[in-house]
Unconditional design. Structure first.
Length: 201
């Protein structure tokens, strides 16, 4: 296979558009080649088969979202501002009504499901996820130094909690009338978090 270059990036971007429009089943190699203006044979110079194209798309989706979250966390980890920390947890990580975040959460779940069937993709995602977890841990450590998170809080447990919450609240799309009132949910999340907060919170 050829090394990634501009043609590879163009093919991957177009494949991602198709997958995001119609799902994995909607990706047809002949149509992808036509939309890219290249011969089908050229696709196979970059990707061994259709599954490899889908794996590359899923990896790209995951990396793009994680990189975005890493940048956000870097911003929050340096502010030392309790309002910012609460905002990212309550209004971004834990809000089941955030439509844009829900789209991202569902996309991330799709990638995780795909990775569960593809050991090579799974290993790549573990590497990316490790970087994200490192950034979360760094944010927690900075929050501890600022007195926003209690010293006795286990950093890895809190990091895992912060990653589990966004995926869990995706259930909101099927919860219907059972979804709690937005203000009551926010109050509940803050109550759960209260024992974790430090004296500076």
């Amino acid at each position: 296979m050829l090394q990634p270059n501009d043609t590879y990036s163009m093919i991957l971007a177009e494949a991602r558009r198709i997958v995001e429009e119609r799902g994995e089943a909607g990706l047809r190699v002949a149509e992808l080649a036509e939309r890219c203006g290249v011969a089908v044979g050229l696709l196979y110079h970059y990707f061994s088969d259709r599954s490899a194209i889908i794996s590359a798309v899923r990896e790209t989706q995951f990396i793009a979202r994680v990189e975005s979250d890493i940048q956000n966390l870097k911003q929050y980890s340096t502010t030392g501002n309790n309002a910012d920390i609460v905002d990212i947890i309550v209004n971004q990580f834990a809000d089941p009504r955030a439509e844009e975040r829900n789209k991202y959460r569902l996309e991330r779940m799709e990638v995780l499901v795909a990775a569960s069937r593809n050991p090579e993709l799974l290993e790549k995602l573990k590497t990316v996820e490790s970087r994200f977890t490192h950034e979360i841990l760094e944010t927690i450590r900075n929050a501890k130094k600022s007195g926003l998170v209690a010293e006795n809080v286990d950093e890895k447990s809190l990091a895992f909690f912060l990653e589990v919450i966004p995926l869990g609240v995706t259930l909101g799309i099927v919860y219907g009338d059972n979804l709690p009132d937005a203000d009551k949910w926010q109050e509940f999340v803050l109550t759960v978090l209260a024992p974790l907060m430090g004296p500076g919170a």
